[in-house]
Design a protein around this ligand. Structure first.
Ligand SMILES: C[S@@+](CC[C@H](N)C(=O)[O-])C[C@H]1O[C@@H](n2cnc3c(N)ncnc32)[C@H](O)[C@@H]1O
Length: 237
């Protein structure tokens, strides 16, 4: 699979899948995605930040979780470059996450002033921003720009299990079940082929930490989840 030339193919791809996106997520992760998002949200809300940005909010699960757990003094904002995803997020959050704002915007040029957020969280989207993406450096520098000095970026993302046997079966599951069945259920096989290809070939946790440090983050910590199938990285500006 070739490197993406720009963000547009990804934007088109995500705009085609929101109606089945949540159900496929739950099905293939056996609802672990919800648990891992909740852990990342808890990390975001430590020390009651004034504002949290849910980067690449998609259908809004992380933003809704943040809003449900945050105190009244924390403002939650979700950003995504796909309008159909944002429409789904707005519908889902209606009546639940009062005060949450959903904003259309590209991670390569975020519509926020420098230092706007003490915390940025992102769930299952960092891979899209960094896996063979020619805008990778722009995404990383935009994140640093809109983070306050001393602020933190919390990433929950699929990862590479350290043990070879676990890696083997995880990749097998991704290729056999997720790629095939995801394509079938969504009716968009190309989207699920890309998602699986990027997951199978994504960074090891140490490599992702190094990428973040090289981009200019001061300190990076990570915690593997379920034998390293996923991980939470926390990077401080
Ligand atoms: C796999 S979904 C994850 C959605 C959500 N965070 C979740 O937890 O389910 C990735 C999302 O990232 C968005 N996205 C990808 N690249 C983006 C970019 N450059 N700027 C803004 N949003 C982007 C897509 O539109 C999509 O909604």
């Amino acid at each position: 699979m070739r490197e993406q030339r720009e963000g547009r193919p990804l934007q088109r791809m995500f705009s085609e899948v929101p109606h089945r996106y949540d159900i496929i997520n739950r099905l293939f992760t056996l609802r672990l995605d919800e648990k891992w998002r909740a852990m990342a949200a808890a990390e975001c809300l430590k020390n009651e930040p004034a504002r949290v940005l849910d980067l690449c909010t998609g259908t809004g699960d992380m933003a809704i979780r943040l809003a449900a757990k945050a105190g009244t003094r924390t403002l939650i904002c979700g950003v995504d470059f796909s309008m159909p995803m944002l429409d789904a997020a707005r519908q889902k959050s209606a009546g639940t996450a009062s005060g949450t704002r959903f904003v259309l915007g590209d991670a390569a040029g975020l519509p926020f002033k420098d230092g706007s957020f003490p915390v940025i969280g992102t769930a299952f989207a960092f891979r899209n921003l960094t896996f063979r993406n020619p805008n990778r450096h722009r995404h990383l520098s935009e994140l640093l720009r809109v983070l306050m000095p001393g602020g933190k970026l919390v990433i929950v993302e699929s990862s590479q299990p350290r043990k070879r046997i676990v890696r083997f079966f995880t990749h097998l599951y991704l290729r056999a079940a997720v790629s095939f069945m995801g394509g079938l259920i969504s009716g968009k096989p190309g989207a699920y082929r890309y998602l699986v290809y990027s997951a199978v070939n994504y960074f090891k946790p140490e490599e992702l930490s190094e990428l973040l440090r090289a981009a200019g983050f001061n300190r990076v910590e990570y915690r593997p989840l379920l034998a390293g199938i996923a991980a939470i990285h926390v990077a401080y500006k």
